[in-house]
Design a protein. Structure first.
Ligand SMILES: Nc1ncnc2c1ncn2[C@@H]1O[C@H](COP(=O)(O)OP(=O)(O)OP(=O)(O)O)[C@@H](O)[C@H]1O
Length: 259
């Protein structure tokens, strides 16, 4: 990991339409995310996690302060980022095969050979080689989510923004996709900003956890996760440091989210 930031926010304020007028969702948020860093955003329901992620993606405009990605203001989507949503059912085109869904973000920009290479690499990274000519509706929920992740990876993003991508999946599928995501990140070196409700998921995956609190929201805690990599679903979760972080975050949730 280098020290050059991928994202920088300074006194970031985000307002959304409310009744009446506008409602401030995020206030005076300062945040720096290093290149290749895995950052999870945790917080209670309705705190503003998705709003913050969408602003980092250039999808929701901010009102004041600064949000910068690799030196560029993010007032609209900028190249180099890809977003993955929780609702893979809506994100995929059911009438296109897996391969043609994965190609969606890059087709029209590349020559055929290069397009095929990128699509094949992305499909390999999520382990869907055998299913590339299938239609998404014939796949399980976990496999459909892997298609969405592959589509993001085909764009070779330097930053992957993920909004509760595993929130709708069963525990075993979720664990397997978490490991696949960590392997992909180790291979690509992408920065990952990951929104989740799940404290254990945040600890298992992250280098840093940002806990949002309040209305408007601000950063209540910034926690560095110093667990060794590669991580392991059994061994990592038995480490004293993992258990200490888990305890700390549950306490923080209890005292701060409901304060
Ligand atoms: N398009 C919108 N227009 C107006 N208000 C919105 C819009 N989207 C979200 N909000 C409001 O902004 C606040 C933050 O919503 P957001 O979805 O960012 O929270 P969240 O922390 O991601 O919640 P959850 O964990 O429940 O998904 C909520 O009060 C929500 O009602």
């Amino acid at each position: 990991m280098t020290t050059q930031p991928s994202f920088e926010c300074e006194r970031l304020c985000i307002d959304l339409p409310g009744a009446p007028g506008v409602r401030r969702i995020i206030e005076d948020l300062d945040l720096e995310i290093g290149r290749g860093e895995f950052v999870s955003i945790l917080g209670g329901s309705g705190t503003g996690k998705t709003t913050l992620l969408r602003t980092l993606a250039g999808l929701t405009p901010y009102s004041s302060g600064r949000a910068v990605y690799e030196g560029r203001d993010v007032r609209c989507p900028v190249p180099g980022m890809a977003m993955v949503f929780q609702d893979y059912g809506h994100a995929l085109l059911m009438w296109r095969t897996v391969r043609r869904n994965v190609a969606l973000g890059v087709e029209g920009h590349l020559r055929d050979g290069e397009l095929d290479r990128k699509v094949q690499d992305a499909i390999r990274m999520v382990g869907l080689e055998r299913f590339q000519d299938e239609y998404p509706w014939r796949l399980s929920g976990g496999m459909q989510q892997r298609v969405q992740i592959a589509r993001a990876l085909a764009m070779e993003p330097s930053a992957l923004l993920m909004d509760e991508p595993f929130g709708a999946l069963d525990a075993m599928t979720k664990a397997s996709l978490q490991d696949q995501l960590l392997a992909v990140q180790a291979e690509t070196g992408a920065t990952v900003v990951f929104v989740t409700h799940d404290i254990e998921e945040a600890i298992y995956l992250s280098d840093t956890i940002i806990l949002l609190k309040g209305s408007p929201a601000h950063i209540a805690r910034r926690i560095t996760v110093e667990l060794p990599r590669p991580r392991d679903q059994i061994a990592t979760k038995e480490l004293p440091e993992y258990l200490r972080l888990r305890h700390q975050l549950y306490e923080a949730f209890r005292h701060e989210i409901h304060a």
